[in-house]
Structures are given as structure tokens and as C-alpha cells.
Design a binder for this molecule. Sequence first.
Ligand SMILES: [Zn+2]
Length: 463
Amino acid sequence: MNKIVLLICLFTLAKAEPNWEKVRSETVELFRQYLRIDTSNPPGDVRRAAKWFGDIFANEGIPYETFTVQEDPRRMHVLAELPGMNHELKPLLLLNHMDVVPVDKDFWSEKPFDGELKHDIVYGRGALDMKSLGIMDLMAMVQLHREGWRPERTIKFLAVADEEILGPLGASWMIKNHWDKLDPEWVWDEGGIGSKDSFPGATAFAIAVAQKKSFWVEMVVEGKSGHGMRPYKDHANEVLIKALSKIISWNTPVEVNPVMDEMFNRLGEKIGGGKGFVMENLDNGLVRYFAGGAVAGTSVSTNAMLRNTVSLTILESGYKTNIIPEKATATLDIRLLPHVEPDDFLDDLKYVVNDNRVQFITKRKPENRYVSDWNTDFFHILQDELQREKPDAVVMPFMTIGGTDSQFFQAKGVNTYGLLPVMVNEADIQSIHGIDERISVDNLMMGVRIVYHTIKRSCGPNE
Ligand SMILES: [Zn+2]
């Protein structure tokens, strides 16, 4: 072979793209098989799914291990890897959960565990959350392995149980018991998504770099009991209700944390005009004073992104119509912005209530306050790949208002990024944990391509 031919060969090798049409039919087939495995949680039995992944890795000759949790053997985890040549580089971890939330079949128009395919849309529980990302990760790894591609940086695939209950036997069990096998540089998890109409004025991919923190507090008031025919002042119910009424009418201040600031900057720049100006300058005290409330009022989700929130979820008191009870309790689901310390917020809450007859008992205190860095090679490459697929979309860091497994890796100080790389609309997003959960085959394949290219560029030898 002469030099020129060799060069041409090398060039085509470097540029070689998989035969995506072939990958497409295989991806759809595997995805439908995966959706047919009912991994509803509760009960959260993922044994069949773990074995299914294991068989695929075994057939492909990709090294993998499965882990069974002794306390409850229905909880299993699968860890596979494409070993990198440079052992000084920490791995990229592709994290996905196998469990799904249960369904109420009666409300579905399709069967939720049949992997139904209609007009190029696949239906089933887990179609978005998050068996799709699991399949994108799997297909990208399988494809790269078949090509004989050797990464510099190790790529790990971790499928876990129990994300839907964020329990101690899920991702946190792997972290606690097998950290030496994980220890990643970056984690790619769920959390954000691409949407055409969820963000004001722009099509956008939101990559989760932070999450709000669940802080659960119980309020208790104890006093005297008495007969209902002789009402008296300041009994437990009355004290608690007055305290709660102050909490409910308390407007926590609008706060623009650095993640939201960056998100609004990127959105504002894209939108332009007066609305864009407000978004870009929301970190300015004056703009926030005049327009912060209006921006927060756009939707209950936007509101939750811009302030600490308190939801009164449980009220317990009384046992007989004619007895004034001696004890009343209420439970608050408090969601804090990443930088807010739970104890400081509790002090504010006590100040608002201003009544020392009310006791506050902490039931769950969040540990994680980490915000992932969005100036990393991984974030830049992912952003680039997303824009290659959708040049008009804004790519921005994002804060989720709910929790995912990302928090357990962030608590270890790992840069964790949450994104299902698809472009959907709000109606599709509502099907997550809802009815008729679905994804189009085009979106599924766009995701496979994005994962494939992002892995190749963030873990490969420089092309
Ligand atoms: Zn999920």
C-alpha cells in the first residue's frame, strides 16, 4: 500500500460513521424488548432487566459485572466497561436506572409494558424515564466496541435499581460498596431534556448541573385536651393553624442562583427584545425587584426554580368529634436552592412563625450542595454535539426541582450532568410518570448519535 492510499484509508477510518439505518432497526428492537420487562417500583424487581443487559454485554464481548444486593436480592446493578488505554484519566460514567414508576393501566390508550410501536412512536412506561437513555448508552457502547475503537479514557455503563424511590439500595449502594469501581471524572445521568416549548421563547436543551434539596420538617404543638362543648383559647389545633397560616402566606424571596443566572442569560440572549433583556439581567437587584415576581409567576415550575418553597403536605390531629386534642402535627416538604443551608432556612421559618409553642423536628436533611461545573471538556463537547443536531437550540445549564441519583455523585464532588438528549414538547414531558409515556424513533436515534459522538470525542484519542 502506498502512502497516499494509506492516508485515504486512515482518513476514512477516522471519519467512518456507523451505518445508522442498520443501527436503527436494532436499537428499536432492543428498546422494545427492554420496555416489555416490567420493572415497576414498587416492587422494584429489576432482576430480569439486569440479566437482559448482562446477556447483551456477554454476546458482544464487553466486560461486565452484576451486583446483587443481599438485603433484597430483587435489587441488582449492572456495570460494564470499555477499558481506556490511559489509566491516569478517570472514567466517564453513563448512569441509568432500570426501575420505573408504576402505571394506572386504565388511563393508558396503549399497553404500558408491550413496547408498542405505532407511526414511528414507541409507547411504554420508561420510554422517557429512563429506559431510552439506557438504550442510547448501550447502543453507543456496543457500536464503538464493534468498530474496534480503543478509548483513551475508560467508559463505564452503570444500570441501577431503585432510583424511583431514591433508596439506600440503589445508586447510593453502589457508591457505598463499590466506589473503587466507579470513581468517575464525569457522570452522564438523567435530569434535563430538550424541549420545544417548555422554556420561554426558545427551543432549548437543559443540562442539569444542580438540583433543589428536599428538606422535610415536622411541626408539633402540644397542649391540654378538653371537651368540645367548652371551647378555650390556645389549644394545639389553634396554635398550629395560626403558625401554618403565617407560613402559607410567606412569600420567600426570588433568588437567582448562578445556574439560573446562566440559564436566563443564554435564553435572554437568544430571545432578545425586552423580554430577553429582563432575562439577561435578572441577577440585577433592580430588575429582579420589578420583574422577578412576574418571571417567577410564569409557571409553578419556574417559580420553584427561583425560590425556596414550602409545601404543607400532611396534617394530623384529633380522634373524636367532641374532644379538643392535646397534640397537632403538620409536615412540610421544603425544597431549598442548592446554596441554602437547611439550618439557616429553619431559623427563617421560626422567625416567620414567631411562636415558641411550635416545635420543629427535622425528618430529612439534605447533604448535597454541589453544583457541577459547566466549563468542562465534557460539557463543551456535549453542547457542541447537541448543536450539531439542532443548530437553533439553546444549550444551557439547568437546575432540576426534583431529585435524581445525580445527587449521590454530586455529594462526592463529581461533575454530574443530567440530560436525555431528545427534542420533545411539553405534552411528551407530561407523560413522564404520567399516561401514554412515549418517544419517537427519530428522537431515540438522535440520542444514540449524540451519546456515540460525545463518548468518542470526550474519551477518545484526539482525532
Ligand atoms: Zn428517572
